[in-house]
Design a protein around this ligand. Structure first.
Ligand SMILES: Nc1ncnc2c1ncn2[C@@H]1O[C@H](COP(=O)(O)OP(=O)(O)OP(=O)(O)O)[C@@H](O)[C@H]1O
Ligand SMILES: [Mg+2]
Length: 362
């Protein structure tokens, strides 16, 4: 997968621009607040249609009502144009000029690694569930569909519980068990490979403590219906669904202890890095192409060994964009970020046939 160019308009603090990216590593450096993270966020949105921002208005430049990002990308030898329009809390996606839904964009096109990933380790189970669910949704359109139907069912069932509609519960329970069972089964199956890949990455990161991933499930496919029935009174009193995959956790065990409670900051960042590399490998295995790698703040909280791991990872994919407050070594192109603008610095001779990276202001 290759991002040939990225265009943005009214996206956060970014000046309207089209940036051309060469193969290999593009380093983006600049002071705090220059727009480095915003650039990666815009690239991730244009490549995948995904954002974890809940209020889309946040992405639109203050004082404007609409924003736009566009990626020209190359995948398995063919070119395509992906556009995302943001406005009035909505997101509109187009591929080659035709309106599509998020799931229709190539699902393995990018992986984004950032310092906030540590929250996966130290934060609440919901963040780890979101990591697993978002990865599985990208690996399988079926999982995305079942998950969204399950989540709708939980919220409708919760409303029925709050309304004291005990008589309707058998209908909700039947859908919940059917959809929930499929979610649990898919998670269990995917975890086998995810666990292997994360364990390998953790070892490659030089960690002496082994990393193991496991699911802490609030119920099992076999016991789900019975568990719901036995907690009916409690659920009616609380007005919420007490068991099921929406309550489960992805437990990260480092050595003998859960990383969420015992890992040091740096160990936590290492575990998060191992998860992201596992994500990259899984997407590459599934789609037969290595994603574009977006690395935010490559030096944050990392010792030299782990920084080297990240830079090696960047060098192992066809294309990576690496930001930092200092220059990333070995980049094919270096952009200096300043006030939402990106200016190329010539650091290396271009490869024969490789266009010179340049910036075109709209
Ligand atoms: N909707 C918006 N409109 C205008 N500016 C915004 C908007 N959202 C964020 N910004 C501004 O964009 C600026 C750049 O943010 P960004 O996170 O990209 O910086 P950065 O270069 O990654 O900095 P750091 O090195 O601190 O991580 C910030 O000053 C922020 O206030
Ligand atoms: Mg940043």
């Amino acid at each position: 997968m290759r991002l040939d160019s990225l265009s943005t308009l009214n996206y956060r603090n970014l000046a309207p621009c089209t940036l051309l990216f060469p193969a290999g590593v593009t380093g983006v450096f600049g002071e705090n607040g220059a727009g480095k993270t915003n650039l990666l966020e815009a690239a991730f949105l244009a490549l995948t249609g995904l954002t974890d921002v809940t209020r889309l208005e946040q992405l639109v430049q203050q004082g404007e009502t609409e924003a736009y990002v566009r990626a020209d990308l190359e995948s398995s030898g063919s070119l395509s144009v992906q556009e995302v329009g943001l406005g009035r809390g909505r997101r509109q996606l187009k591929v080659d000029g035709v309106r599509v839904r998020t799931g229709d964009l190539p699902r393995g096109s990018a992986v984004w690694i950032r310092p906030e990933d540590s929250e996966l380790v130290f934060g609440s189970p919901s963040g780890r569930r979101a990591f697993l669910d978002s990865l599985l949704s990208r690996l399988s359109a079926r999982y995305a569909e079942v998950l969204s139907r399950y989540e709708r069912t939980v919220s409708q069932r919760n409303a029925a519980l709050r309304g004291g509609e005990e008589w309707a519960m058998h209908v909700w329970d039947e859908s919940l068990v059917r959809l929930g069972t499929e979610i649990m089964t898919t998670r269990r199956r995917a975890l086998v490979r995810l666990n292997e890949l994360a364990g390998e990455a953790n070892a490659a990161l030089g960690s002496r403590k082994p990393l193991t991933l496991s699911l802490a499930e609030s119920t099992t496919p076999e016991a789900y219906a019975q568990d719901l029935a036995s907690r009916r009174a409690e659920e009616l009193a609380r007005g919420s669904t007490a068991t099921g995959p929406h309550r489960d956790d992805l437990v990260l065990t480092l050595g003998d202890f859960p990383a969420s409670e015992y890992a040091s900051r740096g160990e936590g960042r290492t575990v998060a890095l191992a998860l992201r590399r596992a994500e990259l490998e899984l997407l590459a295995e599934r789609f037969g192409e290595r994603p574009v790698l977006l690395i935010d703040d490559f030096s944050a909280e990392l010792d030299p060994g782990r920084r080297a791991f990240l830079l090696d990872l960047a060098a192992s994919v066809p294309q990576a964009i690496v930001t930092g407050t200092e220059r990333a070594p070995g980049a094919a192109l270096t952009l200096r970020a300043h006030g939402g603008r990106f200016t190329p610095e010539v650091t290396a001779e271009p490869l024969p046939g490789e266009p010179l990276a340049e910036e075109v202001r709209a």
